[in-house]
Each structure stands twice: as structure tokens, then as C-alpha cells.
Ligand binder design. Sequence first.
Ligand SMILES: [Zn+2]
Length: 332
Amino acid sequence: MWKVIGQDRVVSLLQRSLERGSVAHAYLVVGPPHVGKMTLALNLAQALNCQGDAPPCSLCDACQRIDSGRHADVQIIGLDSGNLAEIGIDQIRQMQHSSSLPPFEGKYKVFIIDQAELMSIEAANCLLKTLEEPAAGVVFILLATSGGVLPATVVSRCQQLELSPLPTSRVEDVLSQRWGVEQPRAGLLARLCHGCLGWAISAAFDERLLKLRAERLEGLLDILNGDYEQRFSYVTQLVAWFGQSRRLVQEILDLWLDWWRDLLLVKLGSGGTITNIDHEAMLVNVAGGYRLGQIRSVINGIQTTGGQLRQNANPRLVFEVLMLSIPVGSGG
Ligand SMILES: [Zn+2]
């Protein structure tokens, strides 16, 4: 049984390749964070090594060992605690060495590269050599937010599988029916996750995620109400976070974007479609303090910030420009 939910097209494509014995030697699974890329990759690893009649059966010894991260032939490569900025060449070399040895207990060796976009250039070039000379019984599964963030030479050697965010109503149904999450919590989580079910499920059972969101929203509101001095000291904080984890800063920018889009929707009288449904009254109040054009220009500013950071612009400069673009003293 495939565990990944709402990705029927990709699952049936994989199912057919498995039945025909025409499995690719490398896959690139793309989609936003928490959309189900790792779940799909582990499911595929199970399907390749399953000992049951209907792979992935999720019940046999191989499926269960993969599920609990104890299968010797399935390895996950990602950021390690020694280097949170990039996946280095040493990690890829180790993987290459391991891939040159026959499977230890299963039928296939499966290497899953999580956040493959964080590979250093040297690491990606090193991986490319492996992909150019595929060995039998080895499958590489790269996970990334999109194909565009990886070298074209790497992408061209992988079969690409695109996972799409689920509709909000589907997430809400899965949360309530499969995970027993009650309303209004299910509705809120379904909106906050933007179709990325994994985040909603995690947040349903881990209070820290909603707490973190509350802290970040508070930070945003402080900025709106703060003067430039406060804003620039927040920039220093953002720059430090950016040095630790780009994804963390992107999450903060995404939350800001949600907030400002909600303000726009409220301003336009479409409050029913907002993301932050638990802050509706506050959004209405805050929206009253801005003109439509101001809200639009902050939204543009946040989007530009994200784009410039991805193009490796100087983060301090980029954040400072963003802070200057937010109107002062009308935050409600
Ligand atoms: Zn199985």
C-alpha cells in the first residue's frame, strides 16, 4: 500500500514501471517542503525491496525495516549536523562507494538525497559521474523543491516526478477522517499548510509548530508597529538565521506573505479565503490602517526579497530594503 496521499498520477506511474520491471536508475522528486517527497521516496524504496505479493505491502520485514530506518540498503543523505549549509562532496563520495557494493540484504540499493538543491557544486558534479554510469540494482532518488534549483546536467539524467499540493478541502478531510483532528483546528491547519499535508499532520500532533508560528507572527507584528531602529535590529537577527538555515528564513518570508495576502483579501472583501482564519478580527483591524497600494507593494517587496536571496544577493541589504518598504506606524 502506498502511503503518500493525493499523488495518484505519480503513484500509478511508479506502479506501472515496477510491474513492467522498467524502474529508472535515478528519480528526481520535486515539490514544496512537506508535500510528501520523502514519504514517496521511502514508499518506492519499500516497493523495490518488498518481499510481499503486492509491493509495497508495508507488512513484510523489508517494508517494516525501511519504515523504521533500519534497512541496510536504504540510505538517506542530507544535511548532517556538522554542516547545516550544504551537502558536501565527502557525503556523495561515501554514497558512491557504498553504491558500488552489492545490496546487503535486499534487492536494490536505494539512496535518497534529501534537499538535493543543497549539494555543493563539487558534490553535484561528483553525483553526475555516478548518474552517467548507472550500476544495476542501484536507484537514486533526489528530492528537491524544483528541477530549476539543480544543475541541468543532473536533472537530465533523472526521471522527474512532480508532487502537487493538495486542495485545502482534501487536507481538511484527511486530517479529520484519518487523523481524528477536530474543527476548527483541522480547518486552520489545512489552510496554513498550503496543500502540504506533511506539515499539517506534524502540526496536529506537535504543539511546537503552531507555537513557532505564533512567535513568528508576533515578530512580524512587532516590526509593523516598530520604528526603523527595531526593524534594523530584526534584520541582524534575520541575517544570523539566514546563515544557519535558508529554509528557516524562507518559512518566515512565507508566513509574512500569507499575512499580507490575507490583508489584501480582507481589503478586497474576500475575507472568506484567508489563510490565518484564527486572526480574522485582527486582520480586519490592521487592514484598515493601510491603503490597497501599500499592501500590494509590501507583497511585491516580500516576493522580490525571496527571489534575490535565491540569487545569492547580500542578505543584509535585501532585508534592509524590505524593512524600508513596509509603511511605518500604521500596523494597527
Ligand atoms: Zn513489503
